[in-house]
Design a protein around this ligand. Structure first.
Ligand code: GLU
Length: 504
């Protein structure tokens, strides 16, 4: 690649960023970093009607949380700024005018009522109205009016738009890095509006002008923009600019594979579709990966695999490994099914990578919210025992609340299985071993209790099951001797005593 790699993520701030958008940003980031290039953020806010307060800040916060920050963009101004299209507003008109001057675009004065009437009229005849070579010479535009008439209308303040004049009869040969070669007949294209009567460019014009001015080398974006590719390539040609290379990413599908994953699916199906929680002005809350306890590394790894794979068995990739391995040529064409269970699997893997100390600190914060004060030393040990059963920090509590609160009741099914007539006598013996034990380490307790069980030929289950039930309240948790050691002598004995009383 001779030209410097420069890619951009160009969201419209119309709401929170959906994970599809996050994946687009991620692939742009990975591609840029792999090729030592720049990753830009451009805010495409030319449609003021759809502007949503807070959306831009949300996008930036999400990229930062995921550790995929942009090199250039709002707040990181470099030579190509400003990076919000609303702030570049005044620069687009001259490009639209230049296309009119070169015969590639024209002024159109048709009112929306007139266009609507044409549409209805066509529909009644079972046809679709397309504003293009078929009928543009029968409509109200500068291809029909003389130059003087056109100027008169503009001077009179009549509303007009500027439309692109699509070629009438040409086969366009397009190339997409992911999809390969494609052909489009220009005769099916409509003459898209480039510049609106409100003085704002449309997405198409602003996007091409900015990609050119910002020296974008590769446009990596969602598949929904594929139908615009022909127009965009024609616009580059009309301006006599080199076009960037294009890569259109596959759709992200619902877990059922049935259609596109929508913004509403997540909370309906019980998983977030947004990186961060989003609160609407109406007070609705959409859940986010961050607030749901996911690690950003897990979300990044999961998203990287939604539409791409390295072609090997390896699934766990750090961001750095992704940068090194990622390749647009290996992105699939077919839609990628979103898999909430796989997402949890990634989270579980990444939680295991967090070392015990910081995990214990996170656990401590959770305990503090429950007004439970815990000693850090024990907490590190408890965390290390519970970790492999946990996917989220919150699971440490689910799995290990008994370390901090004595069970208030015993699981009924487990009671049937574990508490037998001879159980009180056996537990009493355990109490006496604990009472005399000087070394309260798990190893020492294990050695003594096991020696007694073996010497009396009791059978491990007869002691270990009721013991666990007495301490935990159900048949779960890590090694029983670790539990006793951590609970300490008094608390362990008290819990066992309570079980004896319960059985009695
Ligand atoms: N503003 C467009 C969007 O919201 C950008 C499309 C593109 O990347 O060209 O998706």
């Amino acid at each position: 690649m001779s030209q410097k790699v420069r890619v951009r993520f160009a969201p419209s701030p119309t709401g929170p960023l959906h994970i599809g958008g996050v994946r687009t940003a991620l692939y742009n980031y990975l591609f840029a970093k792999k090729h030592g290039g720049d990753f830009l953020l451009r805010i495409e806010d030319t449609d003021q009607n759809r502007y949503v307060e807070g959306a831009e800040a949300y996008i930036i916060e999400a990229l930062n949380w995921l550790n995929i920050p942009y090199d250039e963009g709002p707040g990181k101004e470099k030579d190509c700024g400003p990076y919000r299209q609303s702030e570049r507003k005044s620069s687009y008109k001259k490009y639209a005018d230049a296309l009119v001057a070169s015969g590639n675009a024209y002024y159109a004065f048709d009112t929306s009522e007139e266009l609507e009437a044409h549409r209805k009229d066509h529909e009644a005849k079972g046809k679709t109205f397309i504003y293009n070579w078929h009928n543009r010479l029968k409509l109200k535009n500068s291809l029909v009016f003389s130059a003087a008439e056109t100027q008169q209308k503009i001077d009179n303040g009549e509303d007009y738009v500027i439309r692109f004049k699509s070629p009438e009869n040409e086969t366009l040969y397009l190339r997409d890095i992911i999809r390969g070669k494609m052909q489009v007949e220009t005769s099916i294209l409509d003459d898209k509006v480039l510049f609106k009567s409100d003085g704002m460019p449309t997405y198409h014009l602003a996007n091409i002008v900015d990609d050119h001015l910002m020296e974008i080398s590769h446009v990596i974006r969602g598949e929904e923009w594929l139908p615009s590719l022909a127009l965009h390539v024609l616009l580059y040609r009309a301006f006599d600019w080199d076009a960037p290379q294009f890569a259109h990413l596959p759709l992200i599908l619902k877990p059922t594979g049935n259609g596109k994953l929508s913004k509403r699916d997540g909370d309906k199906m019980g998983f977030p579709v947004f990186p961060l929680q989003w609160k609407t002005t109406d007070g609705d809350i959409f859940s986010g990966y961050r607030e749901d306890g996911y690690l950003p590394e897990a979300v990044v790894n999961m998203l990287a695999f939604l539409g791409w794979n390295p072609g090997t068995e390896q699934e766990i990739f750090s961001l750095e490994e992704l940068v090194n391995t990622f390749d647009l040529e290996r992105v699939h064409k077919a839609g990628a099914k979103f898999d909430p269970e796989k997402t949890k699997w990634f989270q579980h893997q990444y939680l295991q990578k967090v070392t015990d100390e910081p995990l214990a600190t996170a656990f401590k914060e959770l305990l503090q919210k429950k007004n439970i004060a815990a000693e850090t030393k024990n907490l590190v040990k408890i965390t290390s025992l519970l970790k492999e059963r946990a996917t989220f920090v919150g699971d440490l509590w689910e799995q290990g609340s008994f370390f901090f609160e004595a069970p208030s009741n015993f699981d009924a099914k487990a009671v049937d299985k574990a508490f037998k007539p001879e159980t009180p006598r056996l537990l009493q013996k355990v109490i006496s071993i604990l009472t005399t034990a000087e070394d309260f380490s798990a190893e020492n307790l294990s050695e003594h209790i096991k020696a007694w069980i073996t010497s009396e030929n009791i059978g491990f289950g007869k002691v270990m099951m009721p013991l666990r039930l007495a301490l935990v309240g159900e048949m779960k948790g890590p090694d029983v001797f670790e539990i006793i050691s951590l609970l300490g002598k008094d608390e362990s004995i008290a819990r066992i005593q309570k079980a004896i009383t319960f059985i009695g």
